[in-house]
Design a protein around this ligand. Structure first.
Ligand code: NAD
Length: 374
């Protein structure tokens, strides 16, 4: 069985879907591993390191030739995959809801697209979940970036020249990224509060030593749909939340927003009027900027200044920690494929629960239920 890994082609993408560690592990399963020259550079991995791990290095076309499985961080264009075996698997993130054309092209090419972001949220798949591994790093980087942009310190400091007040940090959306943002801001010494539409997060916020800010006694408070994902909230709830949050935001120095709803544009959490209510010099980091943004006026990879408030957000936040992000992404892919490795067949054989969830295309057709439902 031949596993191929290409250098990522998306502009600015520094991550890579295989590390020397996972190359060795795949080889131990009996696979041949081929890597495009230079694929690891953005993640500080040399060709030599891959070679030492037993991988073959070469140009893209040679690497892909006769591949059974292609691994990617972002799914490669179909044109890059000519030469792979008919029906080859491509395990990568596809951003399927927004990339209909790419998915259709995979079907047409007879490739089997396995979308890692469709990994079901079940206990045994936790170690395979790229959304979690990348969001965790993104939550950390969001706080560091906000701290960097902020013209004041995070921790309280008592100095001979007088006291510096602790920064007030507010995290909106307490999923994987939000929890790490809270933990990071706490470590830096900030006073941290947080909110979410899922009431289950209240306890998680408290357990990290932060203050929960929650709307009480309004219909639709649960906000939790299948797989622990958020649902869209009732109008009444949204209004009550906006009022509560407005008063709170005006007193904050840093706000980190992380709210996403799968398959939908990111919910708008902060309006221009709310930005205007903040003190000049405050910083907002919008982790959802690439999905339409939680913050009015935020722009991917730009620092927007409105009413004296800096609004920041990266189109690809985990990419700013490319080495760790690659290490975790690569392990997610290894954990996924190795969990299904059939020793006799010498290849992975997916089960129905996970296979049907992640498989987008097979036998020339788009076969995914979640995509069809959209
Ligand atoms: P996400 O990235 O989909 O969304 C980020 C957060 O924003 C969520 O907590 C969501 O509730 C919140 N949000 C949405 N709309 C909002 C609004 N209007 N206002 C405020 N907050 C809003 O979330 P996620 O990081 O993927 O995590 C969602 C849940 O799934 C978590 O409980 C997480 O622990 C769980 N999870 C489980 C597994 C697993 O079991 N394998 C894997 C990953 C995540």
């Amino acid at each position: 069985l031949r596993i191929a890994v290409l250098q990522e082609r998306a502009p600015g993408e520094n991550r890579v879907a295989l590390t020397p560690e996972t190359a060795k592990k795949f080889a131990a399963l009996g696979a041949t591993v081929a890597v495009e020259e230079g694929a690891g550079i953005g993640a500080s991995i040399t060709d030599e390191a891959y070679r030492e791990a037993g991988a073959d290095l070469g140009e893209a076309a040679a690497v892909v030739k006769d591949a059974d499985i292609v691994l990617g961080v972002q799914a490669p264009d179909v044109a890059m995959l000519a030469g792979a075996k008919p029906g080859a698997w491509v395990a990568a993130s596809f951003d399927p809801f927004r990339n209909g054309d790419l998915v259709a092209a995979y079907a047409k090419a007879g490739l089997e697209a396995l979308a890692m972001e469709f990994m079901p949220r079940i206990t045994r798949a936790q170690s395979m979940d790229v959304l979690s591994s990348q969001s965790n790093l993104a939550g950390y980087k969001a706080v560091l970036t906000a701290a960097n942009e902020y013209g004041r310190a995070f921790p309280m400091m008592m100095t001979a020249a007088g006291t510096v007040q602790a920064a007030k940090v507010f995290v909106m959306g307490v999923g994987v990224a939000g929890l790490q943002a809270i933990a990071t801001a706490k470590r830096l010494g900030a006073q941290v509060s947080a909110t979410d539409v899922r009431s289950a997060t209240k306890e998680q916020i408290q357990s990290l030593g932060a203050k929960p800010i929650f709307v009480e006694n309004v219909a639709g408070i649960e906000g939790e749909g299948s797989g622990g994902y958020a649902t869209e909230m009732s109008e009444e709830y949204q209004k009550a939340q906006a009022e509560l949050v407005s008063g709170h935001i005006a007193k904050q120095d840093i706000v980190v927003t992380t709210a996403l709803i799968p398959g939908k544009p990111a919910p708008r959490l902060i309006s221009d009027a709310q930005i205007a209510s903040m003190k000049p010099g405050s910083v907002i980091f919008d982790l959802a900027v690439a999905q339409g943004g939680n913050v009015e006026g935020s722009k991917p990879d730009e620092t927007v200044v409105k009413h004296g408030v800096k609004i920041v957000g990266y189109s690809n936040t985990a990419n700013h920690l490319a080495a760790d992000a690659s290490a975790l992404f690569a392990r997610n892919l290894y954990n996924f494929l190795s969990a299904f490795w059939d020793k006799d067949a010498g290849k992975p054989v997916l089960d129905e629960e996970i296979g049907n969830a992640v498989r987008l295309t097979q036998g020339g057709k788009v076969v995914n239920e979640r995509l069809a439902a959209q």
